[in-house]
Design a binder for this molecule. Structure first.
Ligand SMILES: Cc1cc2nc3c(=O)[nH]c(=O)nc-3n(C[C@H](O)[C@H](O)[C@H](O)COP(=O)(O)OP(=O)(O)OC[C@H]3O[C@@H](n4cnc5c(N)ncnc54)[C@H](O)[C@@H]3O)c2cc1C
Length: 302
């Protein structure tokens, strides 16, 4: 470690991306600090799906196992919300309201968050009848009456995609999406009902299902699950504050092995990915760790 710098690597975020990177860096005998404020994107979910060997495991169990397995290595974990990021000659300083830490390499694995629809009942039932991703939760509600709430571009495509899991699909636009005549015709040909009236609220049912979507005109549509496609935003603005380039309005641009345009600063997981899943986030973290270690190793050579 460079004199005066406390850690070889600092990782902000202990989701699948950050924990995977911490494990690999720990195994490379790097001195690592993980800082996390325990608000992972899938916190509301009861079971994670589609992750090889762990299909159906709760996000909390995955997280606990990831943290426990770091205990064998020189990896410290501290719960806090990082609010400060500064570049220094030897690397980076990060801090919260009370403390600061320095490291030679920095990985931001801070994830994304769902955009708030402001529709009563949606945020409250996330993970229990309201879902974001049919690849994650579609199988569990297959062949049920499903809704797709899509409030912008791609609304028709989103609803048509849900036909993979059920033939009983209603597209809700909440009055916020414009459907072209060709799209309307395709939705109709494929049996997808379209509701363009604004939603008043979503009503929970039993056993992690919904009962209905109530509309502003007083009518209601019975359904068991609603998939929401309302967009997302960066969980943290640290990367942008550090000067990292964006690939689009809400995704950070990364180059080879999760490098950003800021030397020594890497981004992994949902914050950088266009495919957002536990498997991809873990793979990103692994990739970033290899590159971080490779830079550290080269810098140490005499
Ligand atoms: C309801 C729901 C269900 C899902 N189900 C599945 C599923 O079944 N299968 C699947 O593969 N994917 C699922 N996903 C997607 C999955 O949650 C994400 O792809 C995955 O969590 C991304 O991992 P990550 O490490 O990039 O980010 P996250 O898991 O979001 O972790 C980021 C971490 O960084 C921390 N953090 C952020 N900013 C700061 C800061 N400034 N200081 C300190 N810490 C900070 C956060 O608190 C969090 O702990 C689901 C998502 C949702 C919303």
């Amino acid at each position: 470690m460079t004199a005066g710098v406390q850690y070889d690597a600092i990782i902000v975020g202990a989701g699948p991306a950050g924990l995977s990177a911490a494990l690999v860096l720990g195994r490379c005998r790097e001195r690592v600090l993980v800082l996390d404020d325990a608000q992972p994107r899938n916190k509301a979910s009861h079971a994670s799906h589609g992750f090889f060997t762990r299909d159906g495991t709760s996000p909390e169990s995955l997280r606990r196992a990831g943290l426990e397995q770091l205990a064998a290595y020189d990896v410290s974990v501290h719960e806090c919300c990082v609010t400060e990021l500064q570049r220094i000659a030897e690397g980076f300083i990060v801090g919260d309201q009370t403390r600061r830490w320095s490291g030679r390499k920095l990985l931001l694995a801070t994830g994304m968050r769902e955009r708030d629809t402001q529709i009563p009942g949606i945020a409250d039932n996330l993970g229990a009848g309201v879902f974001c991703c049919p690849y994650c939760d579609g199988w569990e509600v297959r062949e049920r009456a499903l809704g797709g709430l899509a409030m912008g571009q791609g609304a028709a495509g989103y609803a048509l995609g849900l036909l993979t899991w059920s033939a009983h699909i209603t597209l809700f636009t909440h009055g916020c999406a414009t459907l072209e005549p060709a799209e309307r015709a395709q939705l109709e040909r494929n049996g997808v009902a379209v509701v363009e009236t604004a939603i008043e609220r979503v009503i929970a049912g039993e056993c992690g299902r919904l009962r209905a979507v109530c509309l502003k005109d007083g009518s209601r549509v019975a359904l068991e699950a609603l998939f929401v496609h309302a967009g997302q935003h960066q969980h943290s603005r640290l990367a942008e504050a550090a000067g990292c380039e964006l690939a689009d309005a809400e995704t950070l641009r990364t180059r080879d092995h999760q490098r950003t345009n800021v030397p020594g600063l890497f981004v992994a997981g949902d914050a950088a990915a266009h495919v957002e899943s536990i498997a991809v986030a873990a793979a990103d973290g692994y990739r970033a760790a290899l590159a971080m270690h490779s830079e550290l190793r080269r810098e140490r050579l005499r």
